[in-house]
Design a binder for this molecule. Structure first.
Ligand code: PLP
Length: 376
């Protein structure tokens, strides 16, 4: 790989396109003749304004975001983070677990949560501080529960779900059908991996550090009519109205992270948009799932075929879990790193986000075959 880079299968922060890193490197000392790097420029200057405007315009074009939605580049400053999530200095998608109920509901309101894995469980847990959480359905960590079993409440302010459970590798193949309810989606780990009909959602949020950039910024796409009713206790940094009115610049935004996301969005547009991104991702996922299926049971996918994630592919060695450690360590020696499954589920996990090249996935599939043959 160029620059001695490894194939990084991390669930996040994750791999970025080499082309984008090269651009950032070229811009580092002097962004487009401004005489300074993006890290050094005033967020109120015309240079940074053009960067954030360009990033937003490219994201709007990629996702065909309707005009009645705001795109917010959110963060969380230490003063609000200290109260909300003391171990999470940049706020991230986790700060939206509290921002959503604070902005979209009043005290005592009912809030519907579909739980399909660790992240939606966490989101529901946080929301319990702010409202009456109704768990619509709880998955078995390997499938999306059958919609006929869902218990939607008639009066919920919104229905929250996680479109792709990063840890379990469970992904919705279509948005949940929730009637006229406001649908809220955590798309942190599959954001911009495929086209999405934004008009089906009230709110979509995603931490940047998987598919679109470095940690430090969280994208929130929110419909206009849901803005402006935050609770009085909402920290100012988490208030969608404040962020929308101030165009994500109530305070100093994470300029560098936004600039990097902008480079990634521009590249995705040059490469043919999200339909092309989806095609490439489907191809990569097929290589891996085929490698599991073609291993005569040596490897196993814990997820039902209908819910298998295109981004995070967990797999195990069912006959001998001891071999899993060996697999991870031998893969690392071949420059394929971060293949250990999340500590809560074990096994292996290959995260194959947008920027993982097909070549990396093919090399992993070849290694899987070789490892199985050598272990037989
Ligand atoms: N939601 C999902 C689906 C995630 O995968 C993650 C992080 O991995 C989060 C939320 C939390 O994101 P952050 O670390 O930015 O708070």
């Amino acid at each position: 790989q160029p620059y001695g880079r490894v194939f990084n299968f991390s669930a996040g922060p994750a791999v970025l396109p080499v082309e984008v890193l090269e651009q950032a490197q070229a811009d580092l000392l002097n962004w487009q003749g401004s005489g300074m790097s993006v890290m050094e420029m005033s967020h109120r200057g015309k240079e940074f304004q053009s960067i954030i405007d360009g990033a937003e315009a490219d994201l709007r074009a990629l996702l065909a975001i309707p005009d009645n939605y705001q795109v917010l580049f959110m963060q969380a400053r230490p003063e609000s983070v200290l109260v909300l999530c003391p171990f999470h200095p940049q706020g991230g998608a986790s700060s939206q677990f509290s921002a959503i109920p604070l902005n979209l509901s009043a005290e005592g309101d009912t809030l519907d949560y579909i739980v399909t894995g660790s992240w939606s469980k966490k989101a529901a847990g946080e929301a319990k501080k702010y409202g009456k959480v109704n768990v619509v359905a709880t998955g078995d960590n390997k499938s999306v529960p059958d919609p006929s079993s869902w218990k939607l409440s008639p009066d919920a302010k919104y229905v929250h779900y996680c479109d792709n459970e990063t840890i379990q590798g469970v992904e919705f193949k279509a948005p949940p059908v929730v009637g006229d309810k406001v649908l809220v989606a955590d798309m942190s780990s599959n954001f911009c991996s495929k086209p999405v009909d934004v008009s089906k959602y009230g709110l979509i949020y995603a931490g940047a550090q998987k598919n679109i950039g470095p940690a430090g910024v969280t994208i929130v796409i929110v419909r206009d009519d849901l803005i402006g009713n935050s609770r009085p206790s909402t920290p100012v940094m988490l208030d969608y109205k404040v962020q929308a009115d101030d165009k994500s610049m109530y305070n100093t935004p994470p300029c560098w992270a936004i600039y990097m996301c902008g480079l990634v969005f521009a590249k995705m547009r040059r490469d043919g948009g999200l339909a092309a991104v989806q095609q490439a991702n489907e191809k990569k996922a097929k290589v891996l799932y085929d490698a599991i299926a073609g291993s005569n049971g040596f490897y196993s996918s814990p997820v039902d075929a209908a819910a298998r994630s295109m981004m995070n592919v967990p797999f195990t060695i069912p006959a001998n879990a001891e071999l899993e450690k060996e697999f991870v360590s031998q893969a690392a020696k071949r420059s394929m790193i971060q293949l250990k499954g999340h500590r809560s589920v074990g096994g292996m996990r290959a995260s194959i986000y947008n920027s993982m090249p097909l070549d990396g996935v093919q090399q992993l599939a070849n290694f899987m075959k070789e490892f199985a043959a050598n272990s037989a």
